[in-house]
Design a protein around this ligand. Structure first.
Ligand SMILES: Cc1cc2nc3c(=O)[nH]c(=O)nc-3n(C[C@H](O)[C@H](O)[C@H](O)COP(=O)(O)OP(=O)(O)OC[C@H]3O[C@@H](n4cnc5c(N)ncnc54)[C@H](O)[C@@H]3O)c2cc1C
Length: 362
């Protein structure tokens, strides 16, 4: 006998937990399955969040952001003042952009706990395999559902089962923690240190999150080799174990709804192509997805409402960012020289627009 639920959420990252919380809050019987044994662990993220005001600058159609990003102060590791972009010649451009850093394992657990408090059931160590005859096959048995929400990250199995496209050309990124005192700025280093993307130092409390992303198109060797070179150059001899995963790089996939299922977060390509940021987007999509799924399970509305609502808020900025990333790939990332020239030509004003998903023209 298959377990029966209204809404089955696959994955307990920010997208899944937010969706589960809003669906449960709206009255649905929700189950969230997570293949890892502990929510959020190990951490595979730079752990940076822009301030609520900055999120609204990126997504002006977003409303009620303060209740969505109502993050308790004790979850904030460090407030940050801005971003320092470092070109291959070590020229620094400072962009004012307030934000903060978190511990993703604690942050993800907090979001999952909120979903559970609203009545969602969380099953860890449970891996979704496929959909067969309208039933989800998992490592812990069959689950029948009215709506399935795929929040299972960039290589989504739910996407494949629903017949939706998966992310094209995701790029690998790795991260680790180092001890030390760091300025309250996020550093992004461009050039051969991270071909086609960037390496970073993101300050926390007496620590920093350091990492590298690189595009397979421009790199030779493994992303971990690039991390090793970055760590050596910056003197990070002692760092925690390097962890990584893939980052969607081409913006949202064409369709995120199919039959009884929707995709939220990285599984839907809801990531800012120019910087790889995805936590706020996962939560924005999660809230919409959870509400729409609960309504659908109660016999009201259509899952198509999800497609319409998230695109109204995020599609234009995400497509602009994907376009800017393509421009960077063809003009800036060809060599260290072209990277330095392009950053210089863009200047502070246009780099500010670039990082905020806005058109760099005129
Ligand atoms: C190295 C790195 C650094 C990053 N830094 C930042 C940053 O500083 N700021 C930012 O905003 N974004 C950052 N991102 C992007 C951000 O991590 C993602 O956009 C965000 O985690 C997306 O949330 P999600 O819930 O969609 O997916 P995830 O957080 O990937 O969660 C997916 C969950 O689904 C589970 N899962 C997968 N498959 C299955 C299955 N078959 N069955 C059950 N469960 C499954 C996974 O175990 C995981 O817990 C970074 C990404 C990387 C790789």
């Amino acid at each position: 006998m298959a377990e029966k639920v209204d809404v089955l959420v696959v994955g307990s990252g920010p997208a899944g937990s937010t969706a589960a919380m809003y669906a449960a809050k709206a009255g649905a019987d929700v189950m969230m399955v997570e293949r890892r044994s502990a929510v959020g662990s190990p951490v595979r993220c730079g752990e940076y969040m822009p301030s609520n005001g900055e999120i609204v600058k990126m997504f002006p159609n977003l409303t009620d952001e303060d209740s969505l990003f109502d993050i308790p102060k004790n979850l904030v590791c460090r407030e940050t003042l801005g971003i320092k972009l470092v070109d291959p010649k070590d020229k620094v451009t400072l962009l004012d952009m307030p934000g903060y850093t978190i511990d993703r394992d604690i942050f993800d657990s907090y979001l999952a706990d909120r979903a559970v408090e609203e009545g969602a059931r969380l099953v860890t160590g449970c891996s979704f395999d496929r959909i067969d005859g309208g039933v989800a096959k998992t490592s812990q048995g069959d689950i029948s559902y009215k709506v399935i929400i795929g929040a299972d990250g960039p290589g989504s199995r739910v996407a494949r089962s629903l017949g939706l496209s998966r992310n094209h050309n995701p790029y690998p990124a790795v991260t680790a923690q180092v001890k030390g005192d760091f300025e309250p700025y996020l550093y992004m280093f461009f050039g051969d240190i991270a071909p086609g993307a960037y390496s970073w130092i993101i300050p926390k409390d007496g620590r920093a999150n350091v990492g590298v992303g690189c595009s397979p198109r421009f790199s030779e060797g493994l992303v971990t080799d690039y991390f090793g070179r970055f760590a050596e150059k910056r003197g990070f001899a002692e760092h925690s174990r390097v962890q990584g995963k893939y980052v969607p790089s081409e913006g949202p996939i064409p369709r995120t709804v199919s039959g009884d299922g929707i995709l939220v977060g990285d599984s839907a390509g809801q990531v800012i192509s120019v910087n790889g940021g995805g936590i706020p987007l996962a939560m924005i999509a999660g809230r919409i997805g959870g509400n729409v799924a609960a309504a659908k399970a109660a016999g009201k509305g259509s899952l198509e409402d999800y497609e319409v609502q998230w695109r109204r808020i995020m599609e234009k900025p995400l497509k602009t960012a994907a376009f800017n990333k393509k421009l960077a790939d063809s003009l800036a990332f060809r060599s260290e020289r072209s990277t330095a020239v392009c950053m210089s030509v863009l200047g502070k004003r246009r780099l500010n627009k670039l990082i905020r998903c806005q058109s760099i023209f005129p």
